[in-house]
Design a protein around this ligand. Sequence first.
Ligand SMILES: [Zn+2]
Ligand SMILES: [Zn+2]
Length: 246
Amino acid sequence: MCLLKITEFITSMFYPDRCIYCGRVVEHGKTVCGHCRLPRVGDAICSKCGRDHDRCVCSSMSYSFISAVAPFYYEGGVKKALLNVKYGSRREIPELADEISMALERSFGRSIITDFDLVAYVPMRTEKQRERGFNQARLLAERVSGNFGVPLGDVLEKIKDGEPQHCLTARQRRLNVKGMFSCKGDLEGKNILLIDDIFTTGATLSECSLQMLKHSALSVSAAVVALAVPNDDMVSAEKKRASDYY
Ligand SMILES: [Zn+2]
Ligand SMILES: [Zn+2]
């Protein structure tokens, strides 16, 4: 056994690899246990927000993207995995990106996905990215791009910070993201797949899509790891017709 393998073996005895969702100890090098119950999105979903029909709150919304696809809801083990990523862990990224890819294949079929011209992602301010060391949306997009052989595009830029989105109501989120992103490059006639980690009210994804459409993109479809489960605030705010903001 070479020295590197011996070091790895000793490390794995003291710090065993754990399932990214449930924390069970897994075989060295693995990331999921295969036994945890995950909050998967069902088969009969809303074509706009990607949620099961009984969790959809977007009947009165107009998003700038055509559709959203996600493998999970933002609950349980998936929430835990995404929070770990938020606090600097990259170990979860490949598994989560592959789940996005499988959800895309289920929704569209491989041939339609490989027809996208570009995989874009929701950008982060440079200072914030420096703090965390990476932008999780970019890492997810990179892996999805590789999975389907569709080029990755650095076409969006975050140009200002608003209030932290999680402190705001659905209505305030839509106003807060206005002017937050800019788009660079000519996207004329391009069909774009936009990647992010979480879809809460859709305000950020919609604003990013709008900027790309303003730069002549033909269409934007969104794909994320997890869809927030609608809460009372989201339901009441969305039902008040927030569509006048777009
Ligand atoms: Zn597990
Ligand atoms: Zn919906």
